[in-house]
Unconditional design. Structure first.
Lengths: 109, 112
C-alpha cells in the first residue's frame, strides 16, 4: 500500500544505547518530517527535510540526528538514548497534505 | 509565533451525544487550519481542513468553521458513535511551505 512506512513499530533500549528509526515513503514527496508525541504535549517537530539533501532542526532536535538518504528515506538516529526520549515517534511526508506513518513506540530504560 | 490551544481532556460521551471540541489559534496572517484524528495504535489522519475565513470543513459527520474574528476552529458532530473514540488534534499551517503546528490533542471516548 502507498504511504509512509516506519520501522520498527516497538523498541526498548537501555540508557546509552544507540539506534536508528527508519522511515520510507513511496509517494514521491519532497518534504519529510520526524515528530515525537508525548502525553499532554501533542506532536512536536524534531527535524525535517524540505528536499533530498537538506535537513533542518525543528522544535526539539537535541539528542537526535537525521539523514535524508534519498528522496524516499529519512532516518532518525539516537546516538545515546536517554529516558527522556521515551516517546512515540511519527514520520510524515508532504505534498499538498501530510501523510503520517503508524509510529514507533520507543521505551528507554 | 504560531500556536494552537485545545480544550483540556479527556472527554467521555454516550453514543449519539453532541460533540464540541474547542480549538483556538494564534498566528499572523491567514493560516490554514486542520483537524487530525488518531485511532488507537495508528498514525494521524486528516479529518478535515479549512483554508480561509468562514470556510467550513466537513467529513464523516464532523464539521468545523474557520472563524477569524474569534481565531477559532471548533470541531462538532451531532451524534457521536463508539467508532469515533480517538485522539483529536487541531493544527495550523501558516504558509504553503511552512510546517504544521499542533495542539496538545484531546482523547474522546464514546460509551455504548
Amino acid at each position: 500500500n502507498a504511504g509512509v512506512t516506519q520501522t520498527p513499530k516497538f523498541q526498548v533500549l537501555k540508557t546509552g544505547q544507540s539506534m536508528t528509526l527508519q522511515c520510507a515513503q513511496d509517494m514521491n514527496h519532497n518534504s519529510m518530517y520526524w515528530y515525537r508525541q508525548d502525553p499532554g504535549m501533542g506532536l512536536r517537530l524534531i527535524y525535517y527535510s524540505a528536499s533530498e539533501g537538506t535537513t533542518d532542526k525543528g522544535e526539539v532536535p537535541n539528542g537526535y540526528n537525521v539523514s535524508r538518504l534519498n528522496k524516499r528515506e529519512f532516518s532518525l538516529r539516537l546516538e545515546s538514548a536517554a529516558p527522556s526520549q521515551t516517546s512515540v515517534y511519527f514520520c510524515a511526508s508532504r505534498a499538498n497534505g501530510y501523510t503520517f506513518g503508524s509510529g514507533t513506540r520507543l521505551t528507554v530504560v | 509565533g504560531n500556536s494552537v490551544t485545545q480544550m483540556e481532556g479527556p472527554v467521555t460521551l454516550s453514543e449519539e451525544a453532541f460533540l464540541t471540541i474547542n480549538c483556538t489559534y494564534t498566528a499572523t496572517g491567514y493560516p490554514s487550519l486542520f483537524w487530525y484524528v488518531q485511532y488507537p495504535g495508528e498514525g494521524l489522519q486528516l479529518l478535515l481542513k479549512a483554508t480561509k475565513a468562514d470556510d467550513k470543513g466537513s467529513n464523516k459527520g464532523f464539521e468545523a468553521t474557520y472563524r477569524k474574528e474569534t481565531t477559532s476552529f471548533h470541531l462538532e458532530k451531532g451524534s457521536v458513535q463508539v467508532s469515533d473514540s480517538a485522539v483529536y488534534f487541531c493544527a495550523l499551517r501558516n504558509g504553503a511551505n511552512s510546517k504544521l503546528t499542533f495542539g496538545k490533542g484531546i482523547t474522546l471516548s464514546v460509551r455504548p
